[in-house]
Design a protein around this ligand. Sequence first.
Ligand SMILES: Cc1cc2nc3c(=O)[nH]c(=O)nc-3n(C[C@H](O)[C@H](O)[C@H](O)COP(=O)(O)OP(=O)(O)OC[C@H]3O[C@@H](n4cnc5c(N)ncnc54)[C@H](O)[C@@H]3O)c2cc1C
Length: 466
Amino acid sequence: MEGASVRKDLLSLLGKEKVLTEELDLMYYSYDSSFLTQLKPETPWAVVLPASTADVQAVMKYAYDHQINVVPRGAGTGETGGSVALNGGIVLDLSNFNEIVEIDQKNMQVIVRPGVIHAELNKRLAEYNLFFPPDPGSSQMCTVGGMVANNASGLRAVKYGCTEQYVLGLEIVLPNGDLIYAGGIKARTLKNVSGLNLTKLMVGSEGVLGVITQIRLRCWPKPKARGIVMAVFDSLDDAPATVLEIYQAGIMPSGMEILDSSAISAVNMYKPEINLPDAEAILLFEVDGNPPSVDYEGNVIQEVAGRRARTVEWSTEPKRMAQLWEGRSVTATAAARVRADGTRVFAGEDISVPLSKVADTLRAIRKLADKYGIKVVNYGHIGDGNVHTAPVINTSIPEEVEQVKKLVHEIHLLAIELNGSTTGEHGVGAVRRPYAEMEHGLAVEYMKKVKQAFDDKGIMNPNKLF
Ligand SMILES: Cc1cc2nc3c(=O)[nH]c(=O)nc-3n(C[C@H](O)[C@H](O)[C@H](O)COP(=O)(O)OP(=O)(O)OC[C@H]3O[C@@H](n4cnc5c(N)ncnc54)[C@H](O)[C@@H]3O)c2cc1C
């Protein structure tokens, strides 16, 4: 079908309040945060802004009957091209479908529509002394629907896990417009082992199986206290070794972050007043819980980290904690500063490796960066081996664009070689699908069969994931 007739049909189906058809509006939807869409933006035929499950069903029934691709989208902060219609079709922008339907405090859960922003949800939950622990760096922008679809996580994953651990049930509109409930139609339980677990299947499915229109999330009691340890290391190997020793001491911090020497100098260039010490690595540990346990854990971490670190500092004082944490929180932005004419590109940015191989990984990435003559900044969630690499290039120089593509490819191969994964939290989308067979082998064929069972016409976010 032609884009023009799809636009006309959608306008008559849903009205102009819910359908975007102007070129300028559509252009916005050609991008997410990935380098891929920066290089090759693709405009959708139309964008629909549903306000209800019925709207989503109407769009899906129409798309199914006419075999038109549909791409669900939250805030478009993904880094994989996942929310962009790379092969034409309709983008379903769920960001306005954002009601917090019910905070069910007595059952420790919350029911939301997909477009609610993560930080907004936690602000509301805090009024009930509750929180939804996964904590992506994009918290102020990303939607909970996008988090569920990408199984997002972040700083706190090391202790609290990823989004999947909190999803109790989902309302899903299938590609043919059918409506199903995963996790029980009426259930308000925290435990449920009844039936095949379609909830888990949908989490992380990146919009290729259906559209998530309602989410039931488990909430946790909000911790009363926190503390931060900063440890400075002269040897890169001492950083992961210290992390292991902290685990062995029986401590599970709520955050364990690393800045290597590249990130330390980027932060100091970006904001000299932060003045991080020159070092091979800085580790930041966050602990949370009740005040006595926070003090106890902070003391153990100081003692253990002190065996290898040049310096260790511990604080529970809010102003000092914010200062200690600032270096980590500005790293992603600071990365671009390592080169005056540079832009940080989001590619090869999310590999995950075994903890025992973090130091080797960082060294290998530095070597690869030298090989291709590209500056990179490395940081990440060391507690679970999730390394974020920020290549910085001048995107208007075609040779650099080609070099960075080669670098990123090698970073992805390196991760697989080291028994890791091409993505720890950001997902696969279009950019990492070439690695699916390498990572999963024959299992990919069974993933395709699952997709076929949900999406027999192949209209749901095609050419993503595998
Ligand atoms: C600065 C920055 C920091 C980031 N930090 C982190 C981090 O720490 N951890 C992390 O995990 N990620 C991080 N990300 C990546 C991204 O923000 C997360 O994956 C986030 O969960 C995506 O949410 P979104 O609403 O923007 O989804 P989108 O980008 O709009 O969509 C992501 C995927 O989900 C699908 N989707 C969206 N909504 C639905 C729905 N309702 N039903 C079905 N499918 C749907 C889309 O089709 C797409 O495949 C970061 C991104 C940026 C730009």
